[in-house]
Write a protein that binds this ligand. Structure first.
Ligand code: PEP
Ligand code: MN
Length: 348
């Protein structure tokens, strides 16, 4: 933390700020003082970092207080030495899928918005697996904007996912909406999804951090990068290092698409965090016809994978049918992705 005093701070005010800084620190050498352009700058290190900056902001003579503590200490790129990170990348293993997200392989997760019935989820699991998807997506518990919309098939949906998983031998990602449901969802899911609307649900993030299944953390639709990484930090801080970030489009002034896909966040995340990032072009664009181009852009931009909505008959889907790909379009997209992957030396 750095405390900059105003140019007209009196000697008495400066002395009081310094006294409090020394009192808050564990040892006197954690506080250093220098003069910048005729003003006093007090810097605190070590234990001083756990002192609340607000305590100094109120003091007479203080101009600014800069909190040097990163909010994401575990998600941050400084964690190069972390046990789970190799060459600055967190590797998230999904054993049932036989893949490691973040390792360079491009991991495609595909399936319906919601698990509707056994027949559809089974057919979808087979088709997406055959096309090269490693993980089946599908919500059993659905966070819908309206309480009158279809809310998902709940526990029965989870059971349908479990059957499709077994029968097809495909790993599953599905959402948990509340802390009490995390354990139950974790019993069948290979990856637990935390949805955009729940990115700020701290009890849920903590619960996801207290179990050991990987967590797919979607970006809140109005979340800044700091807020998103701060949310990831809640999971990591509970002891679960297996977090995969998912960009799913944010709210901007644009009205031409459901959300604005922030593809530019990929290189920024590479600079700031070790965590893998996947792109959800379905919720970002909200239109099936726009999904393939954004999926290919994600691969070219260096994402670790995709989360895509696919439905046997998009027109009769109970949720988000307008953005779901048919099997045929998904097959075509997978072969286009295969060509791009080969060109950039990546495996799908
Ligand atoms: C989903 O992927 O099922 C979903 C509800 O998306 P989001 O949380 O991004 O809106
Ligand atoms: Mn959806």
């Amino acid at each position: 933390m750095r405390i900059l005093l105003s140019p007209d701070a009196t000697a008495r005010e400066a002395g009081e700020v310094l006294r409090l800084a020394r009192e808050a620190a564990d040892r006197p050498d954690e506080v250093s003082v220098e003069t910048r352009d005729g003003r006093m700058l007090i810097s605190m290190t070590a234990n001083g970092e756990s002192v609340d900056p607000a305590m100094f902001e109120r003091l007479a003579g203080v101009e600014t207080v800069e909190d040097a503590r990163p909010i994401y200490r575990l998600a941050g790129i400084d964690q190069l030495e972390a046990e789970h990170a190799v060459r600055g990348r967190t590797l998230v293993e999904v054993p049932y899928a036989g893949v490691t997200i973040g390792s360079g392989q491009f991991v495609v997760m595909a399936g319906p918005c919601a698990v509707e019935n056994d027949q559809d989820i089974l057919a979808t699991a087979r088709r997406v697996r055959r096309a090269g998807a490693r993980i089946l997506r599908g919500g059993a518990f659905k966070p819908r904007t309206s309480p009158y919309s279809f809310q998902g098939t709940g526990i029965e949906g989870l059971e349908m996912l479990a059957r499709a998983r077994e029968e097809v031998g495909i790993a599953v990602v599905t959402e948990a909406m509340e802390p009490a449901a995390v354990e139950m969802v974790g019993e069948i899911a290979d990856i637990i999804q935390i949805g955009s609307r729940n990115m700020h649900n701290y009890p849920l993030l903590r619960a996801a951090g207290r179990q050991n299944k990987p967590v797919l953390l979607k970006r809140g639709m109005s979340a800044t990068l700091e807020e998103w990484l701060g949310a990831a930090e809640y999971i990591l801080n509970e002891g679960n290092p297996n977090v995969v970030l998912c960009e799913r489009g944010i709210r901007t002034f644009s009205r031409h698409s459901r959300h604005t896909l922030d593809i530019g966040v990929i290189p920024v995340l590479r600079e700031r965090t070790t965590l893998p990032v996947i792109i959800d072009p379905s919720h970002a664009t909200g239109a099936a016809g726009r999904v393939p181009s954004m999926a290919m852009a994600a691969l070219a931009a260096g994402a670790d994978g995709l989360l895509i909505e696919v439905h046997p008959e998009p027109d009769r889907a109970l949720s988000d049918g307008f953005q779901a790909l048919s099997f045929e379009i998904f097959d075509a997209l997978m072969s286009d992705l295969g060509r791009i992957a080969a060109a950039v030396g990546r495996e799908i």
